[in-house]
Design a protein around this ligand. Structure first.
Ligand SMILES: [Zn+2]
Length: 375
């Protein structure tokens, strides 16, 4: 999920990460600046331009996220790219699962917030520049210029507002396009169509940049990277909400009895791959216990009975429950096992360990299946 980005801090409870494309930007600006004025070294100011761009993208993204939060979508992290951001939502913190049918009107409003924020900031910067009376020629090329940071602030915001309206998903224009597709298609088909249009646009930009302004190539690369990130996050999300527990639960598992001694329990645990065990009396589920808990209890108090140290408060799930709901239960209780029951009878278990493995596996198989159906 997090490849190619590094964490830089938290803002409004959201982890902020910076994508590696942000680090090729200083080199790129330095190079265009250098070509422009050969004798003037502007190293630190080039970095200042990157800083300005980062702040502008950050403001743009937080515009989106604060609006999303107002309607109950709480992002866990955001990855900032030089043009846009990719928000990652937390499956354990979300109050309700993401709607499968996109509410297209709401999506469009959420998408428009970003360019509006950028536009407002650009106007604000223009006002400040004008009020300062320093005679800055706003309309004179080059627009992003290391030797003129206030002017760069105006244009960075203006470019963000304009470029984000390109219909290349996940830029805001592309999100609007996807929302329009979702009126007739289901969410994942709408996303796929938006992504393929986006990839085509990115390709055209990259090639056009080779023959004209190399910034176009840069924009193409950013759009392409952002689309990849966003698509991966969506596959993950759809696995979480669409896969039922019966598809991933372990049906061949060991159980313990409350009357087992801890030494017996440890002996059984040694011969099993499981780290967590359901404790069963007859056909009734009465508790859960982990290998670690057995060990700790043995060390602290010597031999005793499973009954005394097992965890009697635990959540159960049904076979039709989604992977996402199991995840939320596990993290909410800070436990590592969920018994799956049917008519109050234990039919399987889901552990954190096996959930992680099956998620990665399922995401891969879905991608494979989709690539087959696309070709
Ligand atoms: Zn945006």
């Amino acid at each position: 999920m997090r490849s190619w980005s590094i964490p830089v801090g938290r803002l409004f409870g959201v982890d902020v990460r910076i994508h590696l494309t942000f680090f090729i930007l200083p080199m790129f600006i330095f190079w265009t600046d250098y070509a422009l004025r050969q004798n003037n070294a502007t190293g630190p100011r080039d970095l200042a331009i990157v800083g300005i761009l980062l702040a502008c993208v950050g403001a743009h993204e937080f515009g989106h996220m604060l609006a999303a939060r107002r309607i109950g979508l709480i992002p866990k992290a955001v990855i900032l790219l030089p043009l846009t951001g990719v928000a990652l939502y937390d499956e354990s913190r979300a109050e309700k699962p993401q709607p499968t049918a996109l509410l297209w009107g709401r999506e469009i409003r959420l998408a428009l917030i970003g360019p509006l924020v950028s536009l407002a900031l650009a106007c604000l910067a223009v006002a400040v520049v004008t009020a300062s009376g320093r005679g800055i020629e706003l309309w004179k090329w080059p627009f992003l210029q290391a030797t003129n940071l206030p002017k760069s602030l105006v244009w960075a915001n203006l470019w963000l507002a304009i470029l984000n309206l390109i219909p290349a998903y996940p830029l805001d224009g592309g999100r609007i396009l996807r929302a329009l597709f979702s009126r007739t298609l289901d969410a994942s088909a709408a996303t796929r169509r938006a992504v393929s249009i986006s990839n085509a646009i990115a390709m055209v930009l990259m090639i056009a940049g080779l023959f004209s302004d190399s910034w176009l190539t840069m924009v193409g690369v950013i759009v392409f990277s952002a689309a990849q990130l966003e698509e991966r996050a969506l596959v993950f999300q759809s696995v979480l909400e669409n896969v039922r527990l019966e598809e991933v639960m372990l049906t061949d598992f060991a159980t313990l009895s409350p009357a087992d001694t801890l030494e017996d329990a440890l002996e059984k645990a040694v011969h099993s791959l499981q780290d967590d065990f359901p404790v069963v009396r007859g056909v009734d589920m009465v508790g859960v216990i982990s290998k670690q808990r057995i060990l700790d209890a043995l060390r602290a108090e010597g031999n005793g009975y499973v009954q005394a140290v097992m965890n009697k408060i635990f959540e159960v799930s049904l076979r039709q429950d989604s992977l996402g709901s199991a995840f939320r239960k596990l993290t909410a209780r800070n436990s590592s096992i969920i018994p799956v029951v049917e008519d109050q009878r234990l039919i399987g278990i889901v552990t954190l360990q096996n959930l992680m493995h099956s998620m990665a596996l399922l995401a891969e198989t879905r991608k494979l299946r989709r690539e087959e159906s696309d070709s």
